[in-house]
Ligand binder design. Structure first.
Ligand SMILES: *Cc1c(COP(=O)(O)O)cnc(C)c1O
Length: 243
């Protein structure tokens, strides 16, 4: 698992260089190691190399891994959250939920958090390119629903998240990262709220995202290598983790 430490060092060097190009402090950018599908040993190798924040996209897979890692590991939920998984997600104690992608989901999350006495930190996912296949608010819809979102007393809305269209060249993502930052700036001014966090950039384009203001980058393959197809689950567990 030494290669994980080596790859992490490369990612750190690239993050540092990108921050320097943008005249930003590298300390203001949080690296989320996207560990979905990878076994706990791989996460442990990353943890031992100093990486504390892990991103999982399936609630059940995360809940199986969390007790297997030392308590200093911190967890983000990065993927689409189904309404029927909110309760489990809140119970798992994710530090940040990146993918609140509709007012309906936000309301349900707020309602359950009220029951459990939590104040979850969340990001609003924006479908900047308007792709039919992707989850997320369109920029127009988000502006129209922002007032209602901000009225949800339990949700701590920290900022925005996006997944740009897949592109072979990192530069192709730049306009979408710029659009997310500009939308954030506009929402802050219009609604008089701080939205300090921008989750954007994955293995192929995180350096560009940092240049455009990302405060969280979600990097999987560049740290852990190629993903296996399926969710990780404990040996002998017949349950399907296709949530
Ligand atoms: C899987 C995933 C990533 C990581 O993708 P890589 O290309 O492996 O870095 C980032 N964000 C989300 C939402 C993901 O589902």
């Amino acid at each position: 698992m030494n290669e994980i430490a080596d790859r992490l060092a490369v990612v750190h060097a690239q993050l540092t260089a990108a921050a320097a190009r943008a005249d930003r402090a590298v300390g203001e950018i949080e690296l989320v190691a996207v560990s979905k599908t990878h076994p706990p040993e791989a996460l442990l190798a990353a943890l031992e190399a100093g990486q504390c924040v892990f991103g999982e996209n399936r609630v059940q897979e995360a809940r199986a891994k969390i007790p297997l890692l030392p308590g200093r590991a911190r967890w983000h939920l990065i993927g689409h959250l189904q309404k029927n998984k909110i309760r489990h997600a809140l119970a798992a104690g994710f530090e940040l939920i990146h993918g609140i992608d509709s007012l309906e989901l936000a309301r349900e999350c707020d309602r359950i958090a009220d029951e459990t006495g939590q104040f979850p930190q969340v990001l609003l996912e924006v479908n900047v390119a308007g792709e039919a296949s992707k989850f997320g608010f369109s920029p127009e819809k988000l502006r129209a629903e922002m007032e209602a979102l901000l009225a949800l007393g339990r949700l701590q809305i920290e900022g925005l998240m996006t997944i740009p269209p897949f592109a072979p060249e990192a530069e192709n993502s730049r306009p979408f990262f710029v659009a997310l930052r500009e939308l954030r700036d506009r929402l802050q001014a219009e609604f008089h709220v701080p939205l300090p966090r921008l989750s954007m950039g994955m293995s192929g384009d995180f350096a560009v995202a940092v240049e455009e203001g990302a405060t969280l980058v979600r990097v999987g393959t560049a740290i852990f290598g190629t993903r296996r197809g399926k969710a990780w689950k404990p040996a002998g567990d017949g349950a399907s983790f296709d949530d």
